[in-house]
Write a protein that binds this ligand. Structure first.
Ligand code: NAI
Length: 211
């Protein structure tokens, strides 16, 4: 991999990397090499876009051969920083919080669910697989005692501002916010506001606007 400066990589390129990785993962063990036009078919990005994106990080491809699937997959994983494990907590162990927990716990080797938090006494104390649901009153103390990278916020919107305050004054590095309000980024904390309905509504729009 060639030397590159992280701050020189445009956000639009970083945004495409998880998609390259996801499709390459599907090819692992199936084929050894892949061309930019094959990658183009499954990702929807143009071949020239793919070649341009990947050339920013090094000479992964060989003319007439394409890309080695395993090497490219490993390199993109390195670029994304997922060769190490990250610690995730889930705040709000309701429908969405549990769905995220059952998907990410023990599933992705770069993500470790350190714990879940809730206010509901019927949920607090429950064991989900091997993990306990803690009382949210313990959150501040937990964050002091444990190194947590990301908090997934899956609480009702009225609970979000207070939790945002607690999280943004802790050492946490990122908030994965699923509540309906968009939370602002700070110098210390990265935020991704995720709203499934936004993409669902663009589908609804297309259904109504394509002849
Ligand atoms: P839910 O009612 O099943 O779960 C919410 C959980 O948060 C409950 O267990 C509740 O006890 C807990 N809670 C309430 N206040 C809390 C606090 N201060 N600290 C810790 N836990 C607290 O609701 P559901 O369906 O799981 O949705 C959760 C949130 O995610 C809602 O804000 C909802 O609008 C949002 N949502 C967002 C989606 C998206 O695409 N971004 C998709 C689905 C839901």
């Amino acid at each position: 991999m060639k030397e590159y400066c992280k701050s020189d990589i445009p956000a639009s390129v970083i945004k495409r990397l998880p998609k390259y990785r996801r499709h390459l993962k599907n090819f692992l063990g199936e084929v050894d090499k892949i061309s930019s036009s094959e990658l183009s078919k499954c990702t929807g990005f143009s071949s020239s876009q793919i070649r341009q994106d990947l050339s920013r990080f090094g000479n992964f491809g060989h003319k007439g051969y394409g890309y080695d699937v395993q090497i490219l997959y490993d390199e993109i994983s390195d670029i994304l920083g997922i060769r190490t494990k990250y610690s995730l907590i889930i705040i709000g162990a309701g429908n969405l919080g549990q769905a995220l927990f059952y998907y990410y716990n023990d599933r992705e080797d770069y993500m470790d669910v350190a714990g879940l938090f809730d206010v509901n006494p019927k949920i607090v104390g429950l064991k989900m697989k091997n993990k306990e649901v803690y009382d949210v009153d313990y959150l501040e103390e937990f964050l002091k005692q444990n190194s947590v990278d990301i908090a997934a916020l899956c609480v009702p919107k009225k609970a979000a501002p207070e939790l945002y305050k607690t999280l943004s004054t802790s050492d946490i590095k990122a908030i994965w916010n699923f509540t309906p309000i968009d939370l602002p980024e700070t110098d210390k904390v990265n935020i991704r506001n995720v709203h499934f309905s936004d993409s669902l509504l663009t589908l609804v729009y297309r259904i109504n606007n394509i002849e």
